[in-house]
Ligand binder design. Structure first.
Ligand SMILES: Cc1ncc(COP(=O)(O)O)c(C=O)c1O
Length: 484
């Protein structure tokens, strides 16, 4: 059965582009299901062996069967492994899946080591913590990232990462909502929407799932969707700085987005996982935008009958949730720590606070982030930790400059890179997977094909700036040789 599923999961995907599986020996050629028995004939060059596999009576989740092949990054990793098998002596350099490479600063690991050791003592031991996270860490996140934005510690839900929170948010919204996302975008939004049953089938002709509003982001619209053409949806996923295009929405653009959400009664799920990479005056949080957090004072008497207060009733118009992460700031991709902000003023149509339902989801699906990781998070937000994170981000931004300069010098149209660790390179008229394959085959460099992020990414390749300096320089040298 393992062989069977391995073969199935490597099937070609229209969403991911045409996948060439020539280098994999097909292990299973026939699959016949009858009366709970699956017959598989192994098609190795040796004598065929018939295997009989037992099947349960549980039918497959129909939403899972809508998904197109594997999740993008495991597919890229699979091709990288296949390449390494083919060229065992090659020095393969990955500027692909966007995983961090630089060591976690000592001020942060020391705090985690100390916490870890204290767990061996009677006084220091602790078991389950609060599902919403350590109070001190919640307060530190609120004051560091949302200091004067009207967000307080009780709005912060500490988590094991933004990706996990995206799925928990989808569970919160359920299967009856409609959603929009940037095209191209980080695949977790679309895939979690499909899994939740919010979408129709994948439509091969347009390479889109039915019932998702794809907000096309291209160089011609400055990577910000033309909202006048966007159909109203309940939920709008929006990522800035954007993965994969590296573009950042301006204050003016985010004002338009918030206005659009308000007009339609939508909730924005804003992914700010790369906010610390911003070096111009673009907003770092959606809560910087009036309307996403603005305090509005209505005329009228307070309902505080006990005090008979004559002060105006205070309300806040909230349209946004924000999810973020320590992954790309402190190298916590393996440690796992993130957070989601759900302001208590954000309400469903019946007036019920979204945060109360999210709290219920978190308490049901999650038992709190690791206490060691949270100790690390607290150290990240100390003055030394913040400096160390800025240094790490600064290092990757230097890598970005090197990559941008390289592609510019070769005459490519290059986007992103300025406020994000991703460089979005245009290969007009070519298939992303074909370019990915060409670069891998000829230079042993792993990139990410743009079409894996949605149909709007076709013709682009994403180059990640996460890498040791020597590797980035070597990668750029090879690219110069290939495309000179
Ligand atoms: C836009 C975006 N959001 C979320 C994540 C996942 O973050 P985490 O490691 O916190 O799960 C990533 C990771 O690459 C990302 O690019």
């Amino acid at each position: 059965m393992m062989q069977l599923s391995a073969s199935i999961s490597s099937s070609s995907s229209p969403f991911l582009g045409q996948i060439n599986t020539n280098y994999r020996t097909p292990r299973v050629s026939v699959s016949v299901k009858s009366n709970g028995v699956c017959k598989c004939v192994a098609a190795t060059p040796q004598a065929p062996v018939e295997e009989t596999a037992y099947t349960t009576k549980v039918s497959r989740n129909v939403n899972m069967s809508k998904l197109q092949a594997g999740y993008l990054f495991p597919e890229v990793a699979r091709r990288r492994s296949a390449h390494m098998l083919k060229y065992p002596d090659a020095h393969v350099i990955s500027l692909g899946i966007g995983d961090t490479t630089e060591p976690i600063p000592d001020v942060i690991t020391s705090a985690m080591a100390e916490k870890s050791h204290s767990l061996s003592t009677l006084e220091g031991y602790s078991g389950y913590g609060a599902e919403q996270g350590d109070k001190k860490l919640r307060a530190a996140i609120a004051s560091t990232y949302y200091g004067d934005l009207g967000i307080d510690e009780s709005d912060i839900f500490v988590s094991d990462g933004a990706k996990c929170d995206i799925s928990r948010l989808q569970i919160l919204f359920g299967s009856n909502v409609t959603m929009a996302c940037q095209d191209p975008s980080y695949p977790a939004y679309v895939d979690s929407s499909v899994i939740m049953g919010q979408t129709g089938q994948f439509q091969k002709d347009v390479e889109k799932y039915g019932n998702i509003e794809y907000m096309r982001c291209t160089p011609s619209n400055g990577f910000f969707p033309d909202l006048s053409t966007i159909t109203k949806t309940d939920i709008i996923f929006f990522c800035s700085p954007n993965n994969p295009t590296g573009s950042t929405a301006t204050r003016e653009q985010l004002k338009q987005l918030v206005e659009f959400a308000k007009k339609n009664g939508s909730i924005i799920v804003y992914d700010s996982a790369y906010a610390m990479y911003i070096s111009d005056d673009s907003p770092r949080s959606i809560f910087e935008i009036p309307g996403a957090k603005e305090l509005t004072f209505h005329l009228g008497l307070s309902l505080d009958l006990a005090s008979h207060s004559p002060f105006p009733l205070r309300t806040r118009e909230q349209v946004a949730i924000e999810t973020s992460s320590f992954s790309k700031y402190a190298g916590f991709t393996g440690v796992r720590l993130g957070w989601t902000v759900v302001p208590k003023e954000l309400l469903f149509s019946d007036g019920f606070p979204v945060a109360r339902d999210f709290n219920r989801i978190v308490c049901t699906c999650f038992n709190g982030a690791s206490n060691i990781a949270q100790a690390g998070g607290l150290a990240c937000l100390s003055p030394e930790g913040l400096k160390a994170m800025r240094d790490t981000v600064g290092f990757y931004k230097e890598n970005t400059d090197i990559i941008v300069d390289t592609f510019n010098s070769l005459g490519f149209d290059v986007y992103g890179g300025k406020n994000a660790p991703y460089v979005w390179v245009h290969f007009p008229g070519r298939s992303s997977w074909e370019v990915f394959g060409e670069i891998l085959e000829k230079t042993h460099l792993v990139t990410t094909p743009g079409s894996g992020f949605g149909p709007g990414g076709e013709g682009f390749v994403r180059v990640s700036a996460f890498g040791h300096r020597g590797n980035v320089l070597e990668a750029c040298k090879r690219l110069k040789q290939l495309y000179k």
